[in-house]
Write a protein that binds this ligand. Structure first.
Ligand code: SRM
Ligand code: SF4
Length: 604
């Protein structure tokens, strides 16, 4: 259990004792990040959004409103494929909005699915994208359709509030359908936390649904957040061992279910300080796997979530957004001081984390049955893109037909896949027939089953390289190489992102590709199969065409030298191909361990 403790020899800064800076004057004086000023001046997330929507001369909104609209679940984007041609013709960029929903635990009813489908066909280019955090995104919604789209989302009894921005984001929860009771507990906690940490401002209804402006004591709008909300995004996740499908170590705050022998919940291990984002060439930024902090009883979990978030609200860095996530707060003040403050705010001392073990961070595909006799079908949706593929799977049409007859619900997974959940005995054959008729995929080869790619080009404004449009071709090449070495059935995780922000969590995949520039990637290797250990930079700036050639000899070595059951990432570390990364501060070091590992506790 000693491994649970953070490195004690590090020298930490003294934690602040004051509440967050909430005044514009103080913000100026303290040299806070520009986004802090935007929040303060916004009047609880209103800014100039309502007026900006009325400006028909442009499909865009102002730069500051572009920051603010994120809190409403939207991003101003443009189609980057069209940039050169439009620039040549001296046309404005092809602006449109990405809209992200907030769906705690990723559960929607068939009725909601049908409305979401209609929105896709009416306003969003006949596609919905299931994200790496269990929700849906639409791309390509033009400004003049924003309000209509939001009204339709509201009609589905869903919303986009706090899906992006410096707030608590969509709360993820384990989906494992076979663990009926544990899933119910995980989903219940995700819902409770999502509701409890939801911003209270009425701005969303007012702007998008023409709701009435609520007047009165402004402070009462945001009793938890105040006017400046959080220093940065905040992500919460609820996991149920043995599956780490939600990648609990990648998030600011995590809850890991501790189950008794009858699979009933006894309480939650709490993790803090995970995160993926970093910037190339800036060693002060790094991905970090979360620390295990404490164990709490089920009745205390929401209080713990509130306390962790408010300590981060007060202690997080509001001057430098690149250093503002909870992971850096923990690095700055130490886990011990952070936990003491959380306990002080709740007025209770908690127990130490309990042992548990994860086996992997992928999804289970195909049919599974719960102990309540209901059936659940996990479909493989390449990069989460729910659309009709020419000459291929008809995901949009097929799931629409299924939603029309389905009596259970749908669940999105943290790996961009879709579960047709809670199918009664009598409906299973009908669903199966529709799945086959529309060519929906119940699985894929071992590598693809364990793959993820972020959106990247053409919509993501931060992409340095392709991701979703590149990974399938690379995997085809790699599958050939794996087959040559007899590894075609081995489960190896592979994830790619178009930049180091890490939206598909590549730093905890056994093979991680991170965009460096057009057709060039950094290659990270040596992460743990269960998502508990970071990989290490193996080769810088590799041309896309050379990646398979770099990996092929490593596959050969793995096939020849692995021990029974040894995963690829573990093998690469043991065989000395890459140094073991013990945690964030050690991420950029080529060798050596700066911190004790927590692997012993979570079973790798
Ligand atoms: Fe992400 C920004 C897409 C999960 C870390 N992310 C973006 C933006 C909004 C680009 C932007 O700021 O202009 C991307 C929009 C692309 C597009 O066209 O849709 C984007 N992120 C996504 C999604 C859709 C990727 C996907 O393929 O599914 C995921 C939506 C999740 C959701 O439903 O809420 C998505 N993003 C993640 C994750 C994974 C996770 O949370 O498990 C991470 C890494 C974990 C973390 O937060 O550290 C992630 N996204 C980022 C970052 C880096 C944050 C940081 O701390 O450095 C950015 C950039 C930023 O915030 O400045 C970013
Ligand atoms: Fe965009 Fe980078 Fe996120 Fe990919 S990882 S979606 S390129 S921000």
């Amino acid at each position: 259990m000693d491994d649970l403790k953070p490195s004690l020899e590090r020298v930490y800064e003294t934690p602040p004792t004051t509440r967050p800076i909430d005044e514009a004057e103080a913000a100026h004086a303290a040299g806070l990040a520009h986004n802090e000023h935007i929040k303060i001046a916004s009047g609880y997330l209103r800014g100039g959004l309502a007026d900006g929507l009325l400006k028909h001369a442009t499909g865009a909104i102002s730069e500051d409103d572009g920051q603010l609209v994120k809190f409403h679940g939207m991003y101003l984007q443009d189609d980057r494929d069209l940039r050169p041609e439009r620039a040549k013709k001296k046309l404005d960029k092809a602006y449109a909005f990405m809209i992200r929903l907030r769906i705690a635990g990723g559960v929607v009813t068939p009725k909601q699915w049908l409305i979401l489908d209609e929105i896709a066909t009416t306003y969003a280019g006949d596609a919905i994208r299931a994200t790496t955090r269990q929700t849906f995104q639409y791309h390509g919604v033009i400004k003049s359709n924003l309000k209509r789209t939001m009204a339709a989302i509201d009609a589905a009894l869903l919303d986009t509030i706090a899906a992006c921005g410096d707030v608590n984001r969509n709360v993820m929860a384990a989906t494992n359908p076979a663990q009926v009771h544990a899933h119910a507990a995980a989903y219940g906690l995700a819902k409770e936390i999502s509701d409890s940490l939801l911003p209270k401002t009425n701005a969303w209804r007012e702007i998008w649904l023409d709701g009435e402006r609520v007047v009165g004591g402004e402070e009462e709008f945001e009793p938890v957040y105040g006017r400046t909300y959080l220093p940065r995004k905040f992500k919460v996740v609820v996991a149920v061992p043995p599956s780490n499908e939600v990648d609990v170590f990648a998030h600011d705050l995590g809850f890991i279910a501790i189950l008794d022998k009858k699979q009933r919940l006894t309480g939650w291990n709490v993790t803090v300080g995970g995160g993926m984002g970093m910037s190339h060439g800036e060693p002060d930024t790094f991905p970090r796997t979360a620390d295990l902090m404490l164990f709490c009883k089920p009745g205390d979990a929401v209080k713990v979530a509130e306390a962790v978030m408010t300590v981060q609200r007060d202690w997080g860095n509001r001057k430098n957004r690149k250093n503002a996530r909870l992971k850096y707060t923990i690095e700055r003040y130490g886990l011990k001081a952070f936990r003491a403050e959380v306990e002080a705010r709740i007025g209770k001392t908690f127990a130490e984390p309990k042992p548990f073990a994860f086996t992997g961070n992928g999804d289970r595909y195909g049919w599974a049955s719960g102990d309540d006799g209901r059936h659940h079908l996990t479909l493989y949706v390449p990069s989460g893109r729910i659309k009709d593929i020419e000459g291929g799977a008809q995901f949009l049409s097929g799931l629409r037909r299924i939603a029309a007859v389905h009596e259970g619900d749908f669940r999105l997974t943290g790996n961009q896949n879709v579960i047709i959940a809670n199918v009664p005995d009598g409906k299973r054959a009908e669903i199966e027939t529709l799945v086959d008729a529309y060519g929906l995929t119940k699985g894929a080869g071992a590598l693809r089953r364990n793959s993820m790619a972020c959106v990247a080009l053409p919509t993501c404004g931060l992409a340095l390289a392709e991701s979703e449009r590149y990974l399938p071709d690379l995997m085809t090449e790699l599958e050939g190489s794996l087959a040559r070495h007899g590894l075609e059935n081995d489960e190896i995780t592979i994830r790619s992102t178009g930049c180091p922000n890490g939206c598909a969590r590549p730093f905890i995949a056994e093979i991680g590709l991170v965009g460096r520039g057009p057709e060039r990637y950094h290659l990270y290797l040596g992460a743990a199969f269960d998502g508990s250990r970071l990989g290490k930079l193996y080769r810088e700036d590799v041309a896309a065409s050379e990646i398979c050639g770099v990996l092929d000899p490593l596959f050969a070595d793995y096939a020849a030298g692995r021990t029974p059951g040894e995963h690829f990432g573990d093998f690469l570390v043991r065989a000395g191909h890459v140094a073991r990364t013990t945690n964030g501060p050690d991420f950029h070091a080529r060798t050596g361990a700066l911190r004790p590992s927590v692997d012993a506790v979570h079973g790798t």
